[in-house]
Ligand binder design. Sequence first.
Ligand SMILES: [Zn+2]
Ligand SMILES: [Zn+2]
Length: 555
Amino acid sequence: MSYSDDRENLKMKPSITRRQFLKEYTAGSLSLAALGCSALPQKLAQQSRNQRQIADYRIYFGDLHNHNEVGYAQGSLGRTFEIAREHLDFFAFTPHGYWHDIGHYENNIENKWLKGFEVTKKRWPEVLEMVSKYDQPGKFVTIAGFEWHSRSLGDYHILFPGLEAEYVRFDDLRQFQQFAKQRGAIMIPHHPANRLGHRGANLKWLDPEVSPVIEIYSEWGNAEHDRAPYPYIRHTEAGRWTQNTLQHFLAQGYRLGVIASTDDHLGYPGAYRKGLAAVLATELTREAIFDALRNRRTYAVTGDRIRLDFRLNGRLMGQELPYTPQRELAVTVTGWEQLDRVEILKNNRVLHRDFPMDRVPTARSWNEPVLLRFEYGWGPWPALGMTRTCDWDINISLKNGVLEDVQTCFQSGPLDETRRDKILERSSSHLRVQSFTALRQQFEDIPTKAVVLKVKGVPDTRVTITLKAPTQVSLSQTFRQLAQSGEMLFTGDFPKESAMLHRLVFYDHYYTSYKVSDTDDGADVNWYYLRVVQANEQLAWSSPIWVEPKARGSA
Ligand SMILES: [Zn+2]
Ligand SMILES: [Zn+2]
C-alpha cells in the first residue's frame, strides 16, 4: 500500500506539473515511470495520457503466503487480517493444509503437523468468512488459499480466484493441479531451493498453466542462486541446493515469474524483511492481481517496497518476445534507501551494473524529495535477562517540509496478541505512529522497526521527533544537519531503548533510470532480469523477459 493521499484522484487530473508528476510517479503510476524525468512537464502530461490508454499498470504490494494458529503456527486469525489490512494492498492467508508424504520423525513431531491440518479443516469456514469480510476491492484485496507440503515434490500454496474456495487433501499432485485448473486457481512453489527429496521444488512436475510464478524469497531465505545473500538457515532442511535455485531453473528453460512472500509463522503477514510480492495490475481487484500473476507481471522484494520498471523493447517483465537482434533495456528504479547497485542480468550474468550510491548530490538535489528513515527499538540485550516489550508513541513533525509518502517497516516479532503497529495520524507535515519492539523473536537478529518518510524539503526543513512513550523525550534536527549525519534518540540511560534518524537519502541515490542496448545473434534463447541491491541489503528482482532464439533456416 502506498500511503499516498490522492492516488485515486490522479487519474482525473487533466494536466500535471513536474512536481505532481514526481509525486504521482512515486505514489503509483508505472506508465509515467517509463518516461524518465528529462522531458518537459507539458509533454509528460500529454505522453502520460497517451500511454495510459495502452497500459495503465500500478504497483501493488502483498503477501501471498503466511501462517497463524489456524494450522500449526502462532497468532490469532482475526489479528492476522487486521495486520494485513494495515500495511498491505493484497493478502492471501495460506493455512497449513496437508502433507501427503509426511514421515515418522524423532519425538513424534509429525503430530504437530497432523494436528495443525485438523485445525485448518475445522476452522476452514471461519477462514473463508474472514476472507470475505475483509475483502474491499480498490482498497484491500483478500485471497483464499492453503498450503500443501511434499517431501518429494516440494511445497506449494494454492490461491483461489474467488471467495468460494474448498479445502481439500490431495495425495497426488497431478490431481491437485487438475483441481486447481478447473477452479482457475494458481499454485505457487515455495522455498524451492531445498534439496530434491527434502521438500525442494521438483519442477519436472510443474504445470506452467497452474504455476506461472515461483516464490524465490521468504523467511526461509533467498533462492536466486547458491551464493546469494540470505542463505537458507532458519528452517531445518539444510541449505540451498545449486540445482534448485532460480538461476538453475532459468538455465534449464523454465519460464517462471518471481514473487516473494513472508511464510511468516507468527501470524504477521507482510512482516518486514521476510519478503513481499509486487504485482503490476490495472486496478486493485482480485481479478487484476490474478491477471498479473498469470502473466508474470510480478516481482519480488525482500522488505523495502522498491519500485521497478523493467522493459525490453517496451515489453514488460514476464513477457516472451520473438527473436530480435536489437534489444533496448529500459530500467527505472525507486528505492527506499540508497541504491547500492542496479543490475541487468542476461542468461544469469550481469550485462550492466549501475551504482547510484556513488553519485555526488548537488544543490539541485533539494529539488526532489529526500528519504528520512526513523528506526526505533534496540533495548536490553538478551543476556541481561530483562525480557520486556517496549511501547512506542511516536510523533514526527515537519516544519518547512511536505510529507509525500510513507513506508512502514514493521517486523513480526515479538509475537503479541493485543499490541498493534499502526499509523495513527498522518498529514502533510505530521505523522503519528504507534508501535512496539522487543529483543525477542526478532527476525535476522534485528530488534528494530522503522518508518521511512519521503519529504519534499530544503536545508532549513526541521524534523522533530517527540515520544510520548516509552518516555517523554524529543529530538530535533534540520535537514542540513541530517544531510551530514544521522542522529540518535535515547529514551534513558543504558540499557533503555533507543532510536535514530538516519542520514538523509537524496534522490540521486534512491532513484535511477537508464537504458542499455544489447544485441544477440539468436543462437539460443535469452532471458533478462533486473536485480536491485539497496545499501541496507534490501533486494528486489524482476520477473525475467525472454527473447526467443532465431528460427532455424531464417536469414
Ligand atoms: Zn512450505
Ligand atoms: Zn508456508
